[in-house]
Every structure is written in structure tokens, then in C-alpha cells.
Write a protein that binds this ligand. Structure first.
Ligand code: 13P
Ligand code: SF4
Length: 306
């Protein structure tokens, strides 16, 4: 890592009174320079609580939007405006409005991996950590629409016992992982515990030992008496895990488990972002107000945001 690049970023960060947030899927050098590393909502909540004037979000577009919704008085920067989330873009506000019209009595829950416009049409937002708990807490006589991830939705259905109206969205990075890869990894690393993200498809979910969000994986690996883990999620998390638990061993289920959008953020782009104050991510006040209601309702039902 270029130390002059790192020093320039740190200097500008101080000058701008900025805070740098990195999702667990970011490249190692971005994680290492960040003030906070974590999951999307946890990062936004942390950022809103800081005294910083500027939030640089090293993640994807919907995460920066969420930070902007929760911190309306701060400037939110995304170092590459093309870092999007294909899953979030799999449902538009128009499509959701149509689905809602088909189920007018249903409550609408959206995964945080959704656009601000979609969040604005929802009753509740959720993360992969709290989706099942949130759904369990909803009134039993209500139908529930769950968007956009069909796989997280199916996992929530199984955990909560509630039948959901699912949208056929998916994460291209997670659905590419296979049960065969998990089984091969088990043979290569006997006795290792398999941790998979609920965004994985049904075959991987069926053979995993634990289904956990990224922040839950990090917590589980620390508490577990096991010393070896096979990780079925985006490979960036291996850096967080190895850094936190250097005495434990972590193996990716596949070296192709990479989210190309998360990897668009580099140290150079982070520096340019702070130099030029680009790209500012903002959400129109009307959309932000409605989207914030869905985020706040999640926090009301589940005060522990994890
Ligand atoms: P979490 O970090 O909330 O588990 O999310 C995973 C993900 O795919 C983010 O894009
Ligand atoms: Fe979206 Fe999947 Fe990338 Fe997460 S890992 S940002 S869900 S494409």
C-alpha cells in the first residue's frame, strides 16, 4: 500500500472533518484506512452519531443513500458513482407500486439493499441480521410483501414460519456459490464450520452449518470454540475475520465469490473523492422522509439494530 497515498487521504480526511466507512466486502486497504468497518445499516447509524461533516461511504450506492437519509445534514460521498447493487436495482418503485396494488392489505418489508425510492414505498426496512426477527414481530393477520431478495425472503419464511409474497430478486455474487463448492471445501478443510449468508441460493443454505449476515459471521467466529471456518459470502469479509481473529483459520468457499461493484472502490478513488468532494449522494426530501419512516420503524420494532 502506498504510504503517501494513505497519508494524503488521512490529511484530507482531517481537513474535511470526514469519516470513512467501509463495508465488510471492501478491499483490504480500504478496510484498513476506514474509521468504521461493518454492515450497511450499522455503518450508517454509526456515521449519523459522529460529529463529522462529511461521510465517505466505501460501499455501494444504496448504502450511501441510506447514510444520506439518516444524516440529512452531512455531505455523503461515494468514491465511485457506478458502484451499484444489481439486486437493489431488480425492483423499481413502479414495479413495487404495482405489486402493492395487487395486495392492498399487505404490509411491505424491504431489505436495506434497495433504492431510496423503493424504501419510501415500504412499511419496514430490514437487514439480513434482523429480517426474520422483524417479520416474526408483525401482526399475524397481515399478508407480507418482501422485496427484493427472494433468497433472504425464503430464509425469513423458514425462520419465522410466515408465508411471504416474494419478489424474484437475487444477488449475482451469492447465487453463483454452489453446494458442490461447499462440499469440496469441507473435504479440503475437514472439521471446518460452514458459515453462509442468507443471500445464497437454497442448495448452499441447505448444506451450511449457520446462516448469518456479515456482522453475525464476525461475532459468531469470535464466540465459537471452532478454529476453522468455511465462508460462503463475498470474499472481502475474510480480511475482517483474519484481522480480528489471527489465531483462527478462514477459507473462502470459492475464490470467485467477489462482488465487482464493491471492488470498484480503490484508495485512489477515495483520495479523489475527498479532493473533489465527489460524488455527492443525496435523496430528495420527500423520498428521504418516507424512506426514513421505514428505517425508523425497523429500529422501533427492534431497538437492537443488529
Ligand atoms: P450484510 O453486511 O448486511 O450482511 O449485507 C450483505 C450484502 O450483500 C451487502 O451488500
Ligand atoms: Fe449487491 Fe450482492 Fe454486491 Fe451485496 S454482494 S452489493 S447484494 S451485488
Amino acid at each position: 500500500m502506498s504510504s503517501s497515498l494513505v497519508n494524503k487521504i488521512l490529511e484530507l480526511k482531517r481537513k474535511r472533518n470526514a469519516v470513512i466507512l467501509a463495508h465488510n466486502y471492501q478491499v483490504a486497504e480500504i478496510q484498513d484506512i476506514a474509521d468504521f468497518v461493518g454492515d450497511s445499516l450499522g455503518l450508517s447509524v454509526q456515521a449519523a452519531a459522529t460529529q463529522a461533516d462529511v461521510i465517505v461511504f466505501c460501499g455501494v450506492y444504496f448504502m450511501a443513500e441510506t447514510a444520506a437519509i439518516l444524516s440529512p445534514n452531512k455531505t455523503v460521498l461515494l468514491p465511485d458513482k457506478h458502484a451499484g447493487c444489481p439486486m437493489a436495482d431488480m425492483i423499481t418503485a413502479e414495479q413495487l407500486s404495482k405489486l402493492k396494488a395487487e395486495h392492498p392489505q399487505a404490509l411491505v418489508v424491504c431489505y436495506v439493499n434497495s433504492t431510496a425510492e423503493v424504501k419510501a414505498l415500504c412499511d419496514y426496512c430490514c437487514t439480513s441480521s434482523n429480517a426474520a426477527k422483524l417479520v416474526e414481530n408483525l401482526p399475524e393477520d397481515k399478508d407480507i410483501i418482501f422485496v427484493p431478495d427472494q433468497h433472504l425472503g425464503a430464509f425469513v419464511q423458514a425462520r419465522s414460519g410466515r408465508k411471504l409474497i416474494l419478489w424474484p430478486g437475487f444477488c449475482p455474487t451469492h447465487v453463483r456459490m454452489t453446494a458442490e463448492q461447499v462440499n469440496d471445501a469441507r473435504i479440503a478443510h475437514p472439521g471446518a464450520v460452514v458459515l453462509a449468508h442468507p443471500e445464497c441460493g437454497p442448495a448452499v443454505r441447505a448444506v451450511a452449518d449457520q446462516l448469518l449476515s456479515t456482522s453475525q459471521m464476525i461475532a459468531f467466529a469470535g464466540k465459537s470454540p471452532a478454529n476453522r471456518f468455511i465462508i460462503a459470502t463475498e470474499e472481502g469479509i475474510l480480511h475482517s475475520l483474519r484481522k480480528k481473529y489471527p489465531h483462527k483459520e478462514f477459507y473462502p468457499v470459492s475464490d470467485k465469490a467477489v462482488c465487482p461493484n464493491m471492488k470498484k472502490i480503490t484508495l485512489e478513488k477515495l483520495l479523489w473523492s475527498l479532493e473533489d468532494m465527489q460524488t455527492v449522494i443525496s435523496v430528495s426530501p420527500a423520498i428521504a422522509q418516507h424512506a426514513r419512516r421505514a428505517l425508523d420503524r425497523m429500529l422501533e420494532v427492534l431497538p437492537d439494530k443488529s
